[in-house]
Design a protein around this ligand. Sequence first.
Ligand code: MN
Length: 371
Amino acid sequence: MVAALDTEAPEAPTTWVNSADSHVLEPDDIWDQMLPAELASRAPRAERQGEREILYIDGAVVRRDPIAYTEAIRPPGARDPRRRLIDLDNEGIWCELVFPSRGLWVPLITDPVLTAACCTGYNTWLTTEFLPVSERFIGVATLPGLDTDDAVAELGRAVDAGFRVAMLPAAAPPGRSYNDETWEPLWAALAEAGMPICFHAGSGSDPIVNRGPGGAIINYVETFFPVQRTLVQIVAAGVLERHPDLHVVFVEGGASWIPSMMDRMDEAYRQHDMFVHPRLSMPPSELLLRQVSATFQHDLAIRTVIDVAGPAPIMWGSDYPHLEGTFGHTQDALDKAFEGVDPDVRRTVTAENFVKLFGGPAPPAPGAVAA
Ligand code: MN
């Protein structure tokens, strides 16, 4: 086991957890490092202009984010994986599932060739530059969503490179809903490889849908609708029924909506039975409980989810180092979410579900310090 760096241990006893939602901050020149010059010049590129960070893809302006948003990412280890381990020790986070940051822009590319090259480039960069630092980092391979053959090919490379989990855009690519039969070879390949597939909120669509009054809250809430839509498409189309070994994970979309989604899907299955096609051998809620997980950072209604669905479909994530996450208040966020919850159930949600699905080291016992 790779130990944390020789630094000051957390002062107070810590409840260690694993985070199923964390991010690397890639270097600004990652595509220059990893792609041939012609492709790198068309890859997602952020440039500072005044108070805005302008995102270009293939020469076109795709997003204009306030620089203040980027600069609000403050964890000292955000760009340094060794310093990051100190942050994790201080927060009480043992093992992390590592998603991209800049790589989340890749699904906004419309050229399949460039998309596939960026996925290969990112996955290669992650396995060579970041993951070797510690086995506490579990990398997520990013798969191209525009072409199923490309996705299956990248999955094969990812398996060979040692990845144990992969991701697709939370919002289905244009014209390619996740209930579309063209995805079938990928679902089969993922099940065959035993690779859980993640859908991270905010990926695959422009998160800014409204610039009017209330935009900040409207746009933040909007990011979880594609997550829910994708879940329904996969469950209703019988993907999970046909592939009982396929596990799907919805990341950073919260988890407190799980009970209402179970009710809504089952209502359709039961009351609109004559329209349901393909036929499912069990209610959608049972497929969800068998093969779906969702991650949350701050949800207080998680206690209701545990009452209705049990702890199996939920995992906790810190979203380190992003602004929506728990850096600086992780233990407080955990205590609030799990107030009144049995400690064994809390450990299932914050550690055991993670280890079962992704492998990786289990967190130390409560109160232990990093060694
Ligand atoms: Mn996240």
